[in-house]
Design a binder for this molecule. Sequence first.
Ligand SMILES: [Zn+2]
Length: 490
Amino acid sequence: MVRLSLSGVAIALAALAGLVGYRASTFTATPPPSAVQIPELSSYAIDAEAAASRLAEAIRFRTVTIVGDDGEPAEFERFQAWMQARYPAFHAAAKRERIGGRALLYEWRGSDPGLPPMLLLAHQDVVPAPEDTRAAWDVDPFAGIIRDGAVWGRGAIDDEGSLVGLLEAAEYLAASGAAPKRTILFAFGHDEEFGGEGAISIAASLAQLHRRAWFVLDEGMAAIDNHPLTGKPASLIGIAEKGFATLRVRAVAQPGHSSMPPPETAVSSLAVAVTRIHSMPIERGLDGGPALPMMRALAADISLMNRVAISNEWLFRPLLRQRMAGSPVALALLGTTVAPTMINGGVRPNVLPAEAIAMINFRIHQRDTAESLMRRARNAVSGLEGITLDWAAPPNEASPISSTTSSSYALIAALSRASLPDAPVAPGLVVGGTDARHYSEVAENVYRFQPLLLNTEDMAGIHGVNEHVSIENFERMIRFYIGLMQAGAM
Ligand SMILES: [Zn+2]
């Protein structure tokens, strides 16, 4: 009996080991994009120093996003006039249209109207550099300084870097007499950092004209020098971005003096409601988002142990869960995140408030919807008295997931490889928001990739202090964009 069951276990284990081994060995990288013809990026005669000085000039415009009446509309006027003056060949070749005030749409018309256009995005606005952070900056954030081989200032990466990089590339081609076969559209929103109304208007205008792009390329991801899974460089092409929704939790209760309180006050009810919603069940896993294709693309560089664990998720789930629970990066990649961010209520320590309010920010993974989250939040607070839930603003759902087998992905991937041969190309999930999300109705696929190699310090500068881009990196970006326009449209 004992013998039999032991051998049974042994056989089961052997079979399991076989299966585990088999799955790990079949869990390999998807084959590289079929041979895409791309030009030799190093052949372009780029004056990187001159291009860097133009990026520095662009940074000097204080195009901080205008929220309500707060901002300088004239700065955007001046910035746009500067674009026209600095990039004359491109402006002579392309048609410029202002949409809804400050957003810009350029059309560089191709000779073959049958080809769907390429749509390249960047935004004109930047986040502020608040006074209380100025002491931490090594330079004046709006002085546009070139120092130590880099261009410094707010917008160097996000996103005047992209905007000026695209203009440099288009000017280079237009000045050399190149003309596209495929139309190239450039869409430069003016309020990406707050709402993206510019992008919404441009997308609506394209939809109205029944124009549908081959693909969209925007910021959102980049090449990073140290991928958390492999410890090596990787070019991450964002194929999707998470949704954004903020839940308002309101607790009401009898107001009065705090000397003889009822069992629950608005504050205590709110605290319970927030805690319950914060810990409500959220599904996390490799399926249903870019996580699995990303790991497949990086499989060759992932350690065998991790590969075995990941490829046999059904078996190693508890272990994986335990490991991922400590990693905000992994949690954000694998599921919706729930972050209580604001709480407000009461005016005096000895007064029972009539109302207390909290905000809980969700970043919605592709497997969830705002509606399903609202349903779960309502379940979580059921039975609590005086609690109401609503969205603080209309939620943005998670974006669709773009293809990794399309011709446009193959083109971007091939250019990334040429640009950074040591960095394998992998799809990724953008956990923040970009203008790109507004274009999914007017493009076959939407990708988010800045052809820059960023390290931790570079990334800390985005929306932080000491934002800068090295001239070498900026030059890499210009070469990539020239290659993209040439290979994709000429
Ligand atoms: Zn940006």
